[in-house]
Design a protein. Structure first.
Length: 366
């Protein structure tokens, strides 16, 4: 088990490192408070604002932050790879579907790509995962009870029927159906000025000495790799100086938008229960990840791992992360991927980092 300590000033070097590469380049991590805190008030209008889902600082006139999130149910089958737009996300949730494969609930807010995809259908747990973020959820359809549950959330549901003729969704010609439905994210967000931005999610390291919080990149233990194994899919995250980079089933997972390997500042692995009571006449049992309640997990941030307890009280609430003493856990500012690994049929393997001995350390006598 990983132990925890209180925040120390050494975390500022990690904050600077977290801004290198990937989607963290869109905003600056300097001056970050806990997730969603406003910039320091001044006599004049503030020149910056903090992205509520990443803790990064953006210019005050950032057009995307004034709008709602755009979420997409993203295919993760081999035929769908490489997906497009994942390196622009604020949050991605990796969840198990039929056959032990996975799909992504991807969430864009501070950065809206021109286009993302491919979209696939919703699953029974998606209303519980998406509702707290508000805004827009895009998908290709789904079984009738799952679509009905999603529409009952109050989110704007975008599919081929709702978006017909609006220029916000299209079937691209360079991919084979059903892996060819893409969303024009900027156009879709701009079409809904009536929708509000999301509330702040997660907590991020700051310059405070608040004794009620624990910094994962300071308190955790050094690790070099985490592997999240589902029955028919394996996600591996390797620490590369400033970020975690992802391989999927032994191959580098890349973004078709830029050709770069998928990466994240933070990876959060949650162990979850799965309900298998729903059976489709054609496709068999459809698993539903249960994310209301509490459970165990591990936060990977700044090349370190910290054991946590997760809690989610309702469909409309965010997941909260605390350490063994009940203190809120802070992450480095930047994008975050969640791996929802079933407690019964999943496995998580963590490889400790080899930490070199301090210079001048006496060698053991032979």
């Amino acid at each position: 088990m990983f132990s925890s300590t209180r925040i120390t000033k050494s975390l500022f070097a990690l904050i600077a490192l977290a801004s290198v590469g990937g989607c963290a380049t869109a905003g600056s991590p300097l001056g970050i408070g806990s997730g969603g805190n406003d910039a320091t008030p001044s006599a004049s209008a503030p020149s910056t604002q903090i992205a509520p889902l990443t803790g990064l600082v953006f210019p005050a006139d950032s057009k995307f932050l004034a709008g709602p999130v755009v979420m997409g149910k993203i295919d993760n089958s081999p035929e769908a790879r490489p997906q497009q737009g994942l390196n622009s996300t604020d949050i991605v949730i990796d969840e198990m579907v039929e056959g032990g494969l996975t799909r992504f609930l991807a969430i864009w807010h501070s950065n809206q790509p021109t286009e993302f995809g491919p979209l696939r259908s919703v699953r029974p747990m998606d209303p519980d995962l998406a509702t707290a973020f508000g805004g827009i959820i895009a998908y290709s359809g789904g079984q009738r009870p799952f679509v009905a549950a999603m529409k009952a959330t109050g989110l704007y549901n975008a599919d081929e029927t709702s978006e017909a003729g609006k220029g916000t969704m299209e079937r691209v010609s360079n991919r084979v159906a059903p892996h060819n439905l893409f969303v024009k994210a900027q156009a879709l967000q701009a079409a809904h000025p009536e929708l509000s931005p999301p509330k702040p999610f997660l907590s991020f390291v700051s310059d405070s000495n608040d004794a009620s919080v624990v910094s994962a990149p300071t308190a955790g233990q050094p690790v070099s790799e985490v592997k999240a194994q589902f029955p028919a899919a394996t996600a591996t995250w390797d620490w590369k100086k400033t970020r975690w980079v992802r391989t999927q089933d032994g191959k580098a997972l890349t973004d078709a938008a830029d050709g770069k390997q998928i990466s994240a500042v933070n990876v959060v692995v949650l162990r979850v229960a799965v309900d298998r009571s729903y059976r489709d006449p054609k496709y068999g049992y459809v698993p539903k990840t249960l994310l209301e309640g509490t459970g165990k997990g591990t936060v990977f941030s700044g090349g370190k791992a910290l054991d946590v307890t997760w809690t989610k009280t309702s469909q409309t609430s965010y997941v909260q992360l605390t350490d063994r003493d009940g203190s809120n856990v802070q992450l480095l500012p930047g994008n975050t991927w969640f791996e929802l690994v079933p407690s019964d049929v999943g496995k998580v393997t963590v490889t400790p980092a080899v930490v070199p001995a301090p210079s001048g350390t006496p060698k053991p006598k032979s």
